[in-house]
Design a protein around this ligand. Structure first.
Ligand SMILES: *Cc1c(COP(=O)(O)O)cnc(C)c1O
Length: 570
């Protein structure tokens, strides 16, 4: 296995992410963004790419979710010990925060691939004795605290990330900012590449933005204006100080507030959204910028359950490092796909019954919905007309929900409570459970064990979405609003079903709840339920298409090859 010493000579791509989720027992992620980062790094290792990654340590993780009998979410800190998994490095770096020198240490974890590739992840940690108590806690909580806490974390990620890589001796040829959280790294680069004051005629021209641009790649993940981190310049002055003159900074990051997305965009040679539609939406949000699109994927091996992996090993050997082999899905006999699916379904149903006592069974059509509990995901769209749902689904449906709400997202929390109330209302007719503690392990159980994966976001708020791609890897059919990746993956009645109209500009502001719910009920009644119970051969054909068309394409191996050819080698 390659270790830091062996890696130094080769120039690297440095991947910066506020969260990275790569295994269930390392709680340094909250959801989609982090899991995508983990999948990205795993594919980079499989493909032997020269990459290193940087994030923060989060000794208290995001949070452990408990849900009480009425659906109220209770948050607990996660207990884990970095030393059980990672190695502490001897190098230290410092950064000035609020005028104090803060010391930062780093831990390393290597993502090793069977192909011989290896990507180290560096976890930055301020919890060292020479820092004061407040500073020691700066890397404790993911997405905790106020603006000030957040800005300090982003300062550590961006600036100390660059510094630790330098201290370790790495030569970096590209800095890839996964979302705007890391964009303060550009300030560190600007100070590093400052031109000689003697040779420039304007004081501002000492800041070599072109040089920094050549080094930077930026991926945006948020299609809504409010989702982009912004900090007041008073706060920036207080926390960061004047690293570069404020008038220069304001030109790069916005006049009124420091907009992390603008800063990243103004200092990156290559900018992209995470699905084709998201690329277009981002162009409208930021006119004048050239914004490309590289549609997300998932790491095939990570997101394929045991029974399906066994089947792929038998008929499509080598699939995990060459997901294109899913093109030969037709080689697998129908019965064997069905059996492998039923094995995963039984595992999930047993788990559900053990945890909740719901008494679910394996013969009933089971729909899964698990994602961050927040208003735009519209978890309760299915319950809009309860009588209609009852008429359509009585005795024919089981529903399994999961997902965490951010501790401060009161709407998200009440979404969970609402599902609890609906499940009471439908008791005896449609079994509904809300599983607590959505994490990577539970996600795999769900995306492989249900029959249909449901997604009902408000357009165009789902930049990409990735859980549906995980479902496809397990032959689970998607039934989703045409947003994010599903616009590209959806072929009606072939890879799955759509809900509601195609995303047009007209639907961006208007509520489409009624139209979407109507379509959802119609298709459930006339297509999904009848096909599941009456035309098993067609159902299995759709499962095959989910694998052969969706998993074939929506994986991080394909995604990384595109980042290499379109963003990194330029
Ligand atoms: C994949 C995943 C997500 C992201 O799913 P979306 O469909 O993008 O919302 C969130 N949380 C966990 C634990 C996941 O595994």
């Amino acid at each position: 296995m390659k270790r830091i010493q062996d890696m130094i000579p080769e120039p690297k791509i440095a991947y910066f992410s506020m969260e990275i989720g790569f295994r269930n027992d390392i709680p340094t992620y909250s959801g989609g963004l982090g899991v995508l980062a983990g999948d990205t790094i795993k594919s980079a290792a499989d493909l032997n790419l020269p990459m290193v990654a940087v994030t923060l340590l989060y000794r208290k993780g995001y949070f452990m979710q408990e849900i009480d009998a009425t659906g109220r979410q209770i948050e607990h800190p996660v207990k884990w010990n970095p030393a059980d998994h990672m190695t502490l490095l001897p190098q230290r770096v410092r950064v000035r925060i609020e005028g104090r020198d803060v010391s930062i240490q780093a831990w390393v974890y290597y993502i090793d691939s069977l192909t011989g590739g290896s990507v180290p992840i560096f976890f930055l940690d301020t919890d060292v004795p020479e820092n004061n108590q407040e500073d020691r806690e700066l890397t404790h909580c993911l997405y905790g605290g106020d603006d000030r806490y957040r800005l300090k974390q982003e300062l550590i990620l961006g600036v100390c990330g660059v510094r630790i890589l330098k201290a370790l001796g790495f030569q970096i040829k590209k800095y890839h900012m996964n979302e705007g959280h890391a964009s303060l790294l550009t300030l560190e680069l600007l100070t590093r590449f400052k031109k000689d004051i003697e040779t420039v005629w304007d004081e501002r021209a000492v800041w070599d933005t072109e040089k920094v641009k050549e080094l930077c790649v930026f991926t945006t993940h948020t299609p809504v204006e409010a989702g982009h981190d912004k900090f007041s310049y008073d706060l920036v002055r207080d926390v960061v100080g004047e690293v570069i003159p404020f008038d220069v900074l304001k030109e790069l990051a916005g006049k009124d507030k420091l907009n992390m997305t603008l800063l990243a965009m103004n200092l990156s040679m290559y900018i992209n959204g995470v699905a084709k539609k998201h690329g277009e939406v981002s162009k409208n949000l930021f006119p004048g910028y050239q914004i490309h699109a590289i549609t997300n994927g998932v790491h095939s091996f990570t997101w394929t359950c045991e029974s399906m992996a066994r089947l792929y090993d038998k008929y499509l050997p080598g699939w995990a490092n060459e997901p294109e082999l899913f093109v030969r899905i037709g080689k697998i006999p129908d019965e064997e796909i069905w059996e492998a699916h039923m094995e995963a379904k039984k595992k999930l149903i047993d788990y559900v019954n053990e945890k909740t006592g719901a008494g679910m069974d394996c013969d009933t059509l089971t729909i899964g919905f698990a994602r961050r509990a927040t208003a735009y995901k519209r978890a309760s769209l299915l319950f809009r007309d309860i009588d209609r749902l009852l008429k359509i689904g009585k005795g024919k449906l089981q529903l399994i929900y999961a997902g965490k709400a951010h501790p401060k997202d009161t709407d998200g929390k009440s979404n969970i409570e609402e599902i609890f109330r609906k499940s009471e209302q439908l008791k005896g007719a449609i079994k509904i459970v809300y599983l607590q503690g959505y994490d990577m392990d539970l996600a795999l159980k769900l995306v492989s064990g249900v029959d249909v994966w449901l997604n009902t976001p408000m357009r165009p708020r789902e930049a990409s979405g990735t859980s549906g791609m995980k479902a496809a890897h397990n032959g689970v059919v998607n039934f989703s609003v045409l947003d994010g990746w599903w616009i590209e993956g959806h072929i009606e009645g072939f890879t799955g079903w759509s809900i509601g109209p195609a995303p047009t500009e007209a639907t961006l502001t208007a509520s489409t709840d009624d139209i979407d719910a109507e379509d959802l009920y119609n298709k459930l009644e006339n297509l999904v339920i009848p096909t599941y119970y009456g035309q098993r051969n067609i159902w299995v054909r759709m499962m095959q298409n989910a694998i052969g068309k969706n998993a074939y394409y929506f994986n991080t191996h394909r995604m990384m090859r595109r980042y290499v050819t379109e963003a990194y080698i330029r």
